[in-house]
Design a protein around this ligand. Sequence first.
Ligand SMILES: Cc1cc2nc3c(=O)[nH]c(=O)nc-3n(C[C@H](O)[C@H](O)[C@H](O)COP(=O)(O)OP(=O)(O)OC[C@H]3O[C@@H](n4cnc5c(N)ncnc54)[C@H](O)[C@@H]3O)c2cc1C
Ligand code: FES
Length: 258
Amino acid sequence: MPSRVRDSLVRVLSVTRIAPRVTELSLKFPPGVIMSPGQFLQIETGVTFLRRPISVAGFDEGTCTVRIIVQDAGRGSHAISRLAPGDGIKAMGPLGNPFPMDEITDGLRDGRRIWLVGGGIGIAPLIFIADSVRSKGLVIDSFAGFRDEESVWGLRELEKCGNVTASIGGFVTDSLDRAMETALPDSVMACGPRPMLRALQAICAERGIPGKVSLEERMGCGIGACLVCSCGVWTDGGRDYRRVCRDGPVFDMAEAII
Ligand SMILES: Cc1cc2nc3c(=O)[nH]c(=O)nc-3n(C[C@H](O)[C@H](O)[C@H](O)COP(=O)(O)OP(=O)(O)OC[C@H]3O[C@@H](n4cnc5c(N)ncnc54)[C@H](O)[C@@H]3O)c2cc1C
Ligand code: FES
């Protein structure tokens, strides 16, 4: 079970530039936290009033080390990318509901075909899923999309965990569509920009494939109190609203209004 939310002063252990605008940081947390793929941290930036939500891209329980991957997209993410080893920052988390890891590992063990589909920085939480299943001796295939050659990162890591189809410049959903002509997945786990998730949702709905999507939304508090992150969902009673930070960020693909 994920541990309860707490705000910690964490120490930056390492900082590595993995693409021109993408930086990987490893953060040392105090003992006692457990983090799962799909969960995120609200990280103080030092330059913005509001913290910024950043996905957990890896977690080592033995050392309480958390890995994050940050794309320099504005003031807050730029400041986080510029942190140096030894710096201290405040990070609240883990927050949000994770991907269904038991379902994923049991499914793969039973020979079910589960595909990861990610675009851009949305690949970060999927790397955590891939690493977790690999540590259990399982393989998982991925589809990863990048805007251009300069933005490519993480492919080698995904390749250690299964087959990877990379789309550079094109749409990841086009390669997914082609792959589905020869084999259909039993389910997909996805994270990425809204247009990609919307296209994925349409492709999967057409073929009756279930899945989970992790949504990105601007956030205020990150803990369910301010409603800044509200998004639409379909329920039995029609359209309703959910908080991405508290009810998500991982939602059933069929219920999310993307
Ligand atoms: C659950 C969750 C997990 C995330 N995980 C990561 C991660 O692992 N790595 C990472 O680099 N980023 C991640 N993000 C996105 C990250 O939080 C935003 O890029 C960041 O908040 C932008 O802040 P900024 O101060 O750098 O940019 P700002 O100056 O505030 O904005 C720069 C641009 O980014 C857009 N933007 C800002 N926030 C978001 C957002 N939440 N979604 C979409 N567009 C946004 C703005 O509209 C603007 O165009 C995640 C977001 C969420 C909600
Ligand atoms: S960010 Fe405040 S309710 Fe989600």
